[in-house]
Design a protein around this ligand. Structure first.
Ligand code: HEM
Length: 539
């Protein structure tokens, strides 16, 4: 009887499931039948086991989609994760979970729940869970961005904030910013009438400012010693960002990491070799100067650059804040990457939105004419008066946050968010891309309307959970003062000195490509022409 039923099931399966595997002989037919029965059975048992386990353990996870055994939801992810997660939020609600390989992920999509994670339970969520590529490029996670909430992280962050990003130091470094922005204006002037890659000019400007602050030299003013050491850095950094943002099977199914199936570990090690060579060169050069007692590393005003401060702290026995050379290099790569790609991506997005909205371009330039004047160049001291430009930048941040999920957080103990359990070790994303486009937070959220930032007091400090482009809480971006200054300064200078138009032979569009830094899919090229009457203002 049983065998008769079994035979009928097999026959039915063979008849109705013939399409998935064309077979020509009896042996293959049997294999097909066995597989057709076993795979759905395993999937069924898996679901049953999972729901039994979560019921039994009293864990009430946020809702979310089912996945496959072992792989979880991994095969169903699409490349534009910010769009995919926002669509999933519409289906599953303001908080949802998904199993990716062996790791549970939770995505938070509303301002109220973002506040629970980043303010009310900020301490619990202050850890990171770095992907393997990020661990490799930061010398084993010895850096600031990917460190957990440890004493080392606190010390390094304090040092960065007090020595590099403090108001005093930023004021003292104003000369670097003026020098580099003026060089950029001059370079653009020599290329008027041709297509300019906006991201590239902004990237180079920011890189030069940051390296000047870090070790006193920029690519554009290097002495013979440093000549060309950072040539090609932009391409290396783009590769690093790409690798950090690409889902890596080794992260989700750790026992596969030794096989490096996507070759990503190998690839990031190549980038690390480049970075390491450059840092060795710079650090060895500095140590030589220090040992010859020529105090070149101390600026005329007595200020030391950051590399000098770090080297002096190096290996100070009995000092809990002491660093070794690996810590220094990990911190340098953090700062270079964190500062440059974000700033240049934003300059590009703002220029793209302005070029798409001629009315906005006119208002920005009218403001520049009024505040700066057509016979003057932009000075840093005038930037706070550019309120409309500031609103344009904030509106662009709202629609195109460079880090749409901030940087993932990881609770150090199980906790509750929105009534659901978030188990210890879960990877948590705050989906600010969804929050900043949520119609409950913004009227006509998809419209580009800078005016919404004029009527109300907005800042980047992460206190208003509708608008979090720099994050919030204890892991908020420490680079806000520099990032903000540079953005306004570069944009004001480009828009005051030049009129801009789009190339006629290229189709303009605004689509983005998800990544650790989410950029414009097709790089923006624009053509500058002279705006100021006096040519001497370009030199
Ligand atoms: C437009 C410019 C920038 C944007 C949009 C940006 C955005 C962000 C965001 C969203 C985070 C994660 C915050 C969180 O997890 O809550 C972050 C972290 C960080 N940023 Fe920025 N950033 C910018 C510029 C800079 C600059 C100029 C620096 C340094 C000079 C910097 C250094 C860092 C560091 C070190 C972290 C990690 C902080 C930690 O984990 O404790 N950023 N940034």
């Amino acid at each position: 009887m049983i065998s008769e039923v079994g035979y009928k099931i097999c026959l039915t399966i063979n008849t109705y499931w013939l399409w998935w595997w064309e077979v020509s002989n009896q042996q293959d037919k049997l294999a097909r039948t066995v597989l057709t029965v076993i795979v759905p059975t395993l999937v069924f048992v898996w679901y049953k086991w999972m729901s039994y386990y979560s019921r039994k353990s009293g864990i009430h996870l946020p809702p979310g989609p089912y996945g496959l055994p072992v792989m979880g939801y991994l095969p169903f992810l699409t490349s534009n994760l910010h769009i995919k997660f926002t669509e999933m939020a519409h289906k599953y609600g303001p908080i949802f979970s998904l199993q990716l390989g062996s790791k549970l992920h939770v995505v938070v999509n509303s301002m109220d729940l973002a506040k629970v994670v980043a303010r009310e339970q900020d301490h619990t969520f202050a850890n990171r869970s770095p992907p393997i590529t990020s661990i490799i490029i930061t010398y084993g996670g010895m850096d600031l961005v990917w460190s957990s909430n440890t004493t080392h992280w606190r010390n390094v962050r304090k040092l960065l904030v007090s020595q590099v990003l403090s108001n005093t130091n930023l004021n003292a470094c104003q000369g670097f910013r003026t020098r580099e922005v003026r060089k950029t204006v001059n370079e653009v002037y020599t290329k008027m009438g041709t297509k300019i890659d906006i991201n590239k000019i902004a990237f180079d400007t920011e890189l030069n400012v940051v390296t000047s602050m870090l070790w006193g030299h920029s690519k554009s003013n290097e002495g013979a010693d440093f000549g060309g050491i950072l040539d090609g850095f932009r391409e290396v950094e783009f590769k690093i960002i790409e690798l950090m943002g690409t889902p890596n099977i080794s992260d989700f199914i750790p026992f596969l990491s030794r096989f490096d199936l996507q070759g990503m570990q190998q690839e990031i090690k190549k980038q690390l070799e480049y970075v390491d060579r450059a840092f060795d060169h710079i650090i060895e050069g500095r140590l030589k100067v220090n040992s010859s007692k020529i105090e070149k590393s101390i600026e005329e005003d007595g200020r030391k650059d950051f590399l000098q401060i770090l080297l002096e702290l190096k290996d100070q026995k009995n000092d809990p804040k002491s660093f070794n050379i690996i810590h220094i290099k990990a911190l340098l790569i953090n700062i270079l990457v964190a500062a440059t790609d974000t700033t240049s991506t934003m300059v590009e997005w703002v220029m793209a939105e302005i070029l798409r909205n001629p009315g906005v371009m006119k208002k920005v330039q009218d403001e520049l004419t009024e505040v700066i004047g057509m016979k003057n160049i932009v000075k840093e001291s005038q930037l706070p008066k550019l309120t409309y430009l500031d609103a344009v930048i904030k509106e662009t941040f709202r629609l195109h946050p460079p880090l749409p999920f901030l940087i993932q957080r990881c609770p150090d103990e199980s906790c509750k968010v929105g009534g659901y359990t978030i188990p210890k070790g879960t990877i948590v994303y705050i989906n600010i891309w969804a929050i900043q486009r949520d119609p409950q937070n913004w009227t006509n959220p998809l419209e580009f309307k800078p005016e919404r930032f004029l009527n109300h007091k907005w800042d980047y400090n992460g206190n208003n959970f509708k608008f979090l482009p720099f994050g919030s809480g204890r892991r908020i971006c420490p680079g806000i003062p520099l990032g903000e200054k540079m953005l306004v300064y570069i944009l004001a200078s480009l828009l005051h000195s030049f009129d801009w138009s789009l190339p006629k032979d290229e189709e303009f569009e605004l689509s983005d490509e998800f990544g650790f830094v989410t950029k414009k899919k097709i790089p923006l090229k624009a053509i500058p022409s002279q705006r100021l009457p006096d040519v001497s203002l370009y030199f």
